[in-house]
Design a protein around this ligand. Structure first.
Ligand code: SAH
Ligand code: SF4
Ligand code: F3S
Length: 470
């Protein structure tokens, strides 16, 4: 899903420009081109949008030139994410010049953040926020009659629970399931609470039904998604019983031992012993936790309003390592947040060394409008210093990742085959339970969706190489 390229454009923008193509009902006349940016949840939202539009006769296409409707599902997390999307909008407008009946729409977090600004700039025809996708067909129709439209209402309830996402850009093996929407945390640097609204959890019945259906269709891995999965909390209206995240994990894992369960993102303040024990208990819950630290400095963590300190974070790490043998932990790290000193930066480097993350997504701080930091703190670390610190973080993380991967050489792992390697169709690619990508030669006996045992013979900081030993 994610690959760590190094640099600030990592976690949520690296799939920029990827085009969704879905095989739909070819007899349908209207075609929609959807481009998605941002986090995994945004990609899953595009699959929900594709399902809503499918019911209204839109067939997805990968060809921008041949589309009747161009949608871009956007991300606002950092300024450069938004700048890239603006560049794409100029390209869509060129397509619109050659075919004025084309409708161009902005969806997602940037739609929510900028609201009618985008319409005023005459960049687009429709603007639709993350909780308003059900109104898309109506807004599109209005736009086709020359009336530009906007719906950026955030909802406390919308979960798109009844909509079966159309699995676009899918390898047929792994799929995302959004288990909650919004975020109630108020990390001082983060725009998400403003673009995604209040946190709400989806019914565990519908999550399990979706996972079962995927399994029956041949999928072998589901990733449960939320900004803070550990605060998943659903009350069954029938008997008032409560489902926690740990319980949900075990319910999904019980579907079949052949179904791998992943999840993202965990928040260090909320990951409970119960969750950690559940991961240890089930062989099919992957031994991989993305536990973003953001900074190693307690002073900065306080300014970031992360509500934990270095000591708390390291206690959680020690607990995880002691309960789950062989687990890999990854992180998100921000360099150069407001008032960050060289000492604070050294604390971040120390945490990377101490935790030995298998990988991290690393960024330099980008001030976002309306956030607590923008209103109350000074973005006072010069850009050259931010970049230099980020480079030091990336360099160290790359060394740590290399050591982490080299330690796997000589070991054998169970790998779920996801498809052919990018470089050669004589090789499979797949992942270990620790979420490490492995490339290995085909031997004719296995295919996509199969589990195989692979002995690791070589590694670099990003990938493992090996051969099948079944
Ligand atoms: N809910 C997740 C993170 C979602 S955003 C969590 O709490 O961990 C993904 C990552 O983007 C964050 O973890 C953070 O590292 C980074 N990020 C968020 N806002 C940022 C900003 N203003 N500047 C730079 N990086 C930011
Ligand atoms: Fe943003 Fe914090 Fe919520 Fe993550 S937990 S989405 S960083 S506010
Ligand atoms: Fe970006 Fe919105 Fe996700 S800001 S990271 S697309 S929730």
């Amino acid at each position: 899903m994610f690959e760590n390229k190094g640099g600030e454009k990592i976690v949520d923008e690296h799939r920029q420009g990827e085009i969704f193509e879905v095989i739909g009902n070819t007899s349908k006349a209207r075609r929609v081109y959807i481009e998605s940016y941002g986090c995994q949840m945004n990609f899953n939202d595009s699959e929900i949008v594709a399902a809503i539009l499918d019911q209204h006769g839109y067939q997805p296409t990968g060809d921008l030139e041949k589309s009747d409707l161009i949608l871009v599902n956007t991300c606002s997390i950092r300024d450069n994410a938004e700048q890239n999307i603006r560049k794409r909008l100029t390209i869509y407008n060129k397509a619109k010049k050659s075919n004025p009946s084309v409708v161009v729409g902005v969806l997602g977090c940037m739609a929510e953040r900028l609201k009618d600004e985008l319409l005023a700039e005459k960049m687009v025809d429709i603007v639709v926020g993350p909780d308003a996708y059900r109104s898309l067909p109506q807004l599109i129709e209005q736009a086709q009659h020359g009336n530009k439209g906007i719906n950026v209402l955030l909802s406390k309830e919308e979960l798109y629970d009844d909509i079966q996402p159309v699995r676009i850009d899918s390898n047929g093996v792994s799929a995302f399931i959004t288990i909650m929407r919004g975020c109630n945390n108020m990390c001082s640097f983060c725009v998400v609470p403003f673009t995604r609204g209040r946190e709400r959890s989806r019914s565990s019945y519908s999550i399990i039904a979706e996972a079962i259906e995927l399994f029956e269709k041949g999928y072998r891995e589901v990733t449960l998604l939320g900004q803070n999965v550990d605060s998943y909390f659903w009350t069954n209206p029938e008997d008032n019983s409560v489902v926690s995240f740990a319980r949900l994990l075990s319910l999904v894992a019980d579907i079949s031992p052949m179904l791998r369960v992943r999840f993202a993102t965990s928040h260090p303040k909320d990951i409970t012993d119960e969750v950690i024990n559940t991961i240890a208990k089930y062989p099919n819950i992957c031994k991989y936790i993305h536990l973003p630290v953001q900074s190693g400095s307690t002073r900065l963590l306080d300014l970031m309003k992360r509500t934990y300190d270095q000591e708390w974070y390291l206690e959680r790490i020690n607990k995880i390592y002691s309960v789950i043998p062989g687990v890999a932990i990854s992180s998100d790290i921000i360099a150069g947040f407001c008032t960050e000193t060289e000492e604070d930066h050294q604390e971040t480097l120390k945490i990377i060394r101490e935790v030995k993350y298998s990988m991290s997504y690393m960024f330099y701080y980008s001030e976002r409008p309306r956030t607590y930091a923008e209103r109350n703190l000074k973005d006072d670390v010069p850009i050259e210093v931010k970049k230099r610190r980020l480079n030091e973080i990336i360099q160290l993380q790359n060394e740590v990742s290399l050591q982490h991967n080299l330690a796997d050489v000589g070991k054998t792992f169970e790998v779920l085959i996801e498809g052919d390697s990018k470089k050669s169709n004589e090789f499979h690619k797949g992942r270990t339970t620790q979420n490490k990508m492995v490339i290995f030669p085909k031997n004719g006996s296995f295919s996509k969706g199969d589990y195989v045992f692979v002995e690791i013979t070589d590694a670099n900081s990003a990938t493992l190489k090996g051969h099948i030993v079944n």
